[in-house]
Structures are given as C-alpha cells and as structure tokens.
Design a protein around this ligand. Structure first.
Ligand code: PMP
Length: 406
C-alpha cells in the first residue's frame, strides 16, 4: 500500500444519508451462490434467451448508417425529458390500458430504478412516513432509505396489499408522503391485485389524500390474460407510475420511465437533470428504432410463452416434491417469481448453505421486509432455468427442507 493511500482518521465525515445506506443484503447473500454448476433460482435477472440481439444489431446499424440523419444526434447531448418518440410510445401504450397520459407527462429515466431514486429525492424528507407492502421490492427500500424515511409496512395477503391493513396503518400515525405499490406480479411474491382490490385501494387513497407510487416493470409478462387496468388509470392526479424496458427488451439498456401528474413533473425533471442530465440518447434512439414497427407485439408474446412454461414447471415440481412438508408457495399469473414460505421454525437464510451444497440457490426473503422480516420466506425465480433444471432444483430444495424438519 502506498503510504498516501492510508485512510486518514477523521478526514471524511459521512453525510447522514450515506450512513443510512447499506450494502445490498442480497448481493452479500448471493456471493454464497456464485459457485460453478449451481442451479441458480436466486437472481432477479430476465432470461438472456429473450434478448433480441439481431433486432438490436440491425437497429444500431440503421441509427449509425452512412447518411443517417439521426446518427450524430444520437451521439450528442439530448433533452432531459427523453426522446419524443419514446415519450409518445409510453403515452400510447398506457392509453391502451385505459390511462389518459400525455407525452408531456413522461420522463425517460436510466432504468425505472432511477425513477425510484428521483421520487425519493422529490418526496421524502428525513423522518417522512412512507408506506410499503409486506414484503416489498428491496431495490425500492434501497432507493428510498438515503432520504431517511420512516417506513411503515402495510400487511398483504394473497391478493396483494390489504385494504383494511392500509386503513389501519393510516389511522396509526401522521399522513405518509406516499404508498409504494406493485399491483402486477409483485417482486418478490409474484402476487397480483385484482380489479376490485385496485378500486378499493384507490378509493381509500383518494379519500385519505394519500398519493400512490405505482411500480410496474412486470405488467407485460402475463400468462393467460392481461392484468386489470393500472392504478394510474383510476386516479391520474394521485399516481406516479414507473415502467421499464428491462423485462421486455433488455435491462442492459437501462431504459425506464416515470409518468407524473403535471403538478409534479417539473420537480422530477429538475432532479433528473441534476442526476445525469439525460438518459443515454443512443440507447433511446436504438430502442425507438427497434420498436417503431410493432416489434414488441411480436416479441413480448415469445417471452410470455417461455416464462409461462417455466412457471408451470416450477409449480408442478413444487407440488410434486414438497408434498407433506408443510411448505406453502404463491401461484403467480405472470412475472418471474414464486414466493415460498417454509414451515414454522425454519429459517430460509440458515438453510441456504445446505441448499448450495445440494446444488441449488434461492434468495432468503428477510431483506424484502421494511420491518419484522418473516425468516421462513424465500424467493425463487423461474425464468433463467430450463424446465428440466427447475425439476431437479426443486427436488434439491425439498431434500434440504426434509432434512431440516426431520
Ligand atoms: N422495480 C421492480 C419491482 C423491479 O423488480 C426492478 C428490477 N428488478 C426495478 C424496479 C428496476 O428495474 P430497471 O431499473 O431495470 O427498470
């Protein structure tokens, strides 16, 4: 070590918000799973088999072609709001789902994860109350935490966040800044709110003056029927909506979007300017080129069919191997995840090393809780393994559970 590299005690005084940051609990846990040959159900990654490499290659070539009028603009600084073609596409897609959105309300972000960060900066003060589902998306907890909110967890059941639970939490303390909700194929549980639940939630939020942050990266990945209209369609002025190209094209593009009520849009835009000026213009231009002729109408059904077969394989394998063990799991109708609850007394994190030794990996559920984790829970992704690997992996998991309960 060069003597000049030695840390000087007391030189760096961390901001309170930095002290509130934590290493991703999942990343630490997943280090255990990075063994060659392991059947990995732990990741949150889409299947790389779904990435449209040829369409991307052609679109890149078209954007950069000799004489292409968009070649140089795609490499220049661009507007903070995002490429007009993409903003129009987002507004049109949401229109098909019953949400009347103008392109001026759409902010193209560097992944929807950035949308969560911008929302946190614009809406959370230190000590603000923020409501989240039980459990919820870990990355949202990470994005909100530096702004030092006080989280309150709203109980959930098989149909998503509970309306009575929300009413109870609202009665207990000061008015929250917002409630963060994932109505479609939730990460981590795979649960979906039906239309009646959505109506009831929106009615209560309207009545109580509680804004909603609706996160929907998985909504297009339905198996048998599209999910009900988004919360945004039911209460346009009270909902910030987050969407993403990560699960329908490729996450490496880092392309997402925020749809905000006009009253809030300028603040989110200012936060976006400060964060990174704009979302990479080249990526936006390439995606606009890829999707311009209805490509997604052909491509997304192939992802749905693939994930549907994998979901079927996982539910069948769980039913076969877990019989009689007292294990419960969700029945997702879309998305990428199944949520498993082990019998009372078992701890998913404590079982992980044995599962890895047996040849498979999952994510323990505890990090997905803002408060009081349920140590029996774990998340399984069904999208990156083949049906045959899923069958073997679930047999391994059942073996580990059988050992632990015996
Ligand atoms: N929200 C949820 C619920 C997610 O699961 C993810 C990605 N795993 C994101 C947001 C962020 O996605 P991206 O930044 O790739 O759009």
């Amino acid at each position: 070590m060069n003597p000049n590299d030695r840390p000087q005690p007391g030189l760096w005084h961390l901001a309170e918000r930095a002290q509130a940051m934590n290493p991703s609990a999942i990343r630490e846990i997943l280090k255990v799973t990075e063994r060659p040959g392991i059947l990995n159900f732990a990741g949150g990654l889409p299947s790389p088999e779904t990435f449209p490499v040829a369409a991307m290659r052609e679109a890149c070539a078209a954007v950069l072609a000799e004489g292409s009028p968009v070649a140089k603009p795609s490499l220049q600084y661009a507007s903070s709001e995002g490429l007009p073609e993409l903003r129009q596409w987002v507004a049109a897609e949401l229109g098909k789902q019953g949400a009347r959105v103008s392109p001026e309300q759409v902010l193209i972000t560097t992944g929807s994860q950035q949308g969560l960060d911008l929302v946190a900066k614009v809406l959370i003060d230190a000590g603000s109350r923020v409501l989240v589902e039980t459990p919820t998306y870990l990355g949202a907890l990470q994005a909100f935490t530096p702004m030092q909110p006080r989280f309150a967890s709203v109980p959930s059941d098989e149909g998503g966040v509970s309306v009575q639970g929300l009413r109870d939490v609202l009665q207990k303390g000061e008015r929250p800044r917002f409630v963060y909700l994932l109505p479609n194929f939730q990460n981590p549980t795979g649960r979906t709110q039906d239309a009646a639940r959505r109506e009831a939630i929106v009615a209560l939020c309207r009545e109580q003056g509680l804004p909603i942050v609706e996160d929907n990266p998985y909504g297009e990945l339905w198996f048998d029927a599209p999910p009900p209209a988004p919360l945004l369609a039911r209460w346009p002025e009270g909902v910030i909506y987050l969407g993403s190209f990560s699960k329908i094209l490729a996450p490496g593009l880092r392309l997402g979007y925020v749809v905000a009520p006009p009253a809030l849009y300028p603040k989110l835009l200012q936060a976006k300017q400060a964060a990174d000026l704009h979302t990479p213009g080249f990526n936006q231009r390439v995606v606009a080129e890829v999707i311009k002729d209805g490509f997604l109408d052909r491509h997304v059904p192939t992802i749905r069919a693939r994930y549907h077969a994998q979901r079927d394989a996982m539910l069948a394998a769980l039913a076969r191997h877990m019989a009689g063990l007292g294990v419960q799991w969700t029945q997702p109708v879309g998305g990428m995840f199944v949520w498993v609850t082990l019998p009372a007394g078992l701890n998913a994190q404590a079982l992980l090393p044995a599962a890895v030794d047996a040849g498979m990996a999952f994510v323990p559920g505890a990090p997905f809780y803002a408060e009081q984790p349920d140590a029996r829970t774990l998340r399984l992704s069904f999208v990156t393994a083949t049906p045959e690997q899923i069958e073997r992996g679930m047999a391994m998991l059942a073996g580990v559970v059988r050992q632990a309960v015996s």
